[in-house]
Each structure stands twice: as C-alpha cells, then as structure tokens.
Design a protein around this ligand. Structure first.
Ligand code: C5P
Length: 244
C-alpha cells in the first residue's frame, strides 16, 4: 500500500513540526489507535488529565515506544515541594514538556525548574497563565481585579522570571507576549483551526499560519485532527498550510 505520508516523513523531523495533537476524551486503546494514524516525525502528542487519570504512565510509555514526544498537560498547582516533585515525576517519565499553573506562584515554579536543572533533565517546563475559559467576571469572582490582559502578562513575566521555558496562551495573545518576553520564551497556543474547520467550543480561533506568524512556537490541535474521518490526511493538510 502506498504511504501517502512518505514524502513528509522523509522531509520532516520533530524539530520542524510545531504541531502537538491533543489526545482528549479517549481511552488508552483509542489513543493508541489514533497515534498509529499519525507519525512521530510529523507531530508531538499531548496527554491531558482525563487520559492520564484513566490510563496512567502506561499511555505515556506506549506513545514514547512508538517514537512520539509527549507533552504531559497536567497543569500542576500545589505548594512548592509538591509541585516540584510532580514535575520531577513527569521528567522521570521522559516527557518532552510538562506544565504547571503560574498562579501556584514564583517559589513553586522556580523550585520545579531548579530541580529539573539540577537533575540534568531537558524536559521543557511551561505554565498556564489564565485559563482561556475564564473571563473578566470569573477573575473578579476569585478576587483578581486586574484586566484579564494585564493578568496574563503579569503571570507570563512571573513565569519567565522563575526560569520556565514558556507559557500556554491564546494565539490572540501571542504577538503581545512575544514582544513582552522575547523570542526564546516559548508560546504554546491551542484554539487552532483551518478556515474550513468547525470551531467547536473555542471562542477565539486562529489558523496555524496566523498563529505562527504572530509568534506561536507550538500549536496544540485536538478535534480538527482527532474527530476527522481521516486524521492522517488532516495532519498532512495542516502541515502543508504552514509549508512543512
Ligand atoms: O480540540 P481542540 O483543538 O479545541 O483542543 C485544544 C486542546 O487544548 C484541548 O486539549 C484543550 O483542553 C487544550 N487547551 C485549550 N485552551 C487552553 C489550554 C488548553 O483549548 N487555554
């Protein structure tokens, strides 16, 4: 059978593809069946709270065995020692990237990064600033009276000061955060859709090309690929749209 991805597999490496496919709402078997339609030279994979809580480290190991780099999206938020040790446990699993909530504070973020560095791990550590599901009213309800944009900037700068590698942000925030935090600070953006895609529950969507132009380093893409009748071709179409 002809492998329609063969030219892309030959031409691409994990270093050039910015796509991170989100394996959401799925069991271990379904996640692996989907992973088998993708290829580790064309994308990385994101394992989130639901899949990890159902399947545990076994899912991470099974994906790694297939050659995929894994973003473990567990958004740790706890006291400094617990946060740092959870990050270390993720690094021990050999994940490519893991994250915490920036609102767990400077001390927790800095300690987690310090332990990774001391342990000689190259796992990237990033933070979530303000969840994109939160609006100004939700922030006020938890006692944050800053403008949402100001709060995002503040937490991104705190994340950078603590030595982390970047933040998750919406593509709409990418330009501003790139200017504020500089080129080396990684921006990971969800809410990515091709023009012909369903926006699902995402309020503010952006095309892969626009997100990269605005400064995104990695694109987290879920349902456009995972709900597609042909995830292989969909990933290929997305990569072509960004000239990969
Ligand atoms: O299916 P879709 O492409 O919308 O999936 C986006 C992924 O990014 C999901 O795993 C979602 O939980 C995650 N995410 C998000 N918005 C954030 C942070 C993470 O959509 N602010």
């Amino acid at each position: 059978m002809t492998d329609i991805l063969a030219p892309l597999k030959a031409a691409s490496t994990t270093l050039t593809s910015p796509v991170v496919v989100a394996l959401d709402n799925t069991s271990l078997d379904a996640a692996l069946a989907l992973a088998d339609k993708l290829h580790p030279t064309l994308c990385r994979l994101k394992v989130g709270k639901e899949l990890f809580t159902r399947s545990g480290p076994a899912i991470v190991q099974a994906l790694q065995k297939r050659g995929f780099e894994v973003f473990l999206d567990l958004k740790f938020h706890d006291i400094p020692n617990t946060t740092a040790q959870a990050v270390m446990a993720a690094a021990d699993l050999g994940v490519w990237m893991v994250n915490v909530h920036a609102s767990c504070g400077y001390d927790a973020m800095a300690l987690a990064k310090q332990r990774l560095v001391e342990g000689g791990y190259d796992t990237l550590l990033i933070a979530v600033t303000v969840l994109t599901s939160m609006n100004q009213q939700n922030l006020a309800q938890i006692g944050v009276n800053n403008e949402l944009e100001t709060q995002v900037s503040r937490l991104a700068q705190l994340t950078q000061k603590a030595g982390l590698d970047g933040v998750v942000c919406s593509a709409q925030e990418a330009k501003r955060l790139k200017t504020l935090c500089g080129d080396d600070f990684k921006l990971i953006t969800p809410g990515i859709r091709l023009p012909e895609d369903n926006s699902d529950d995402q309020q503010r969507i952006c095309t892969p090309k626009q997100a990269l132009q605005d400064g995104a380093d990695y694109l987290v893409i879920g349902r456009s690929i995972t709900n597609s009748p042909d995830p292989t071709t969909k990933l290929q179409t997305i990569l072509r749209s960004i000239d990969i």
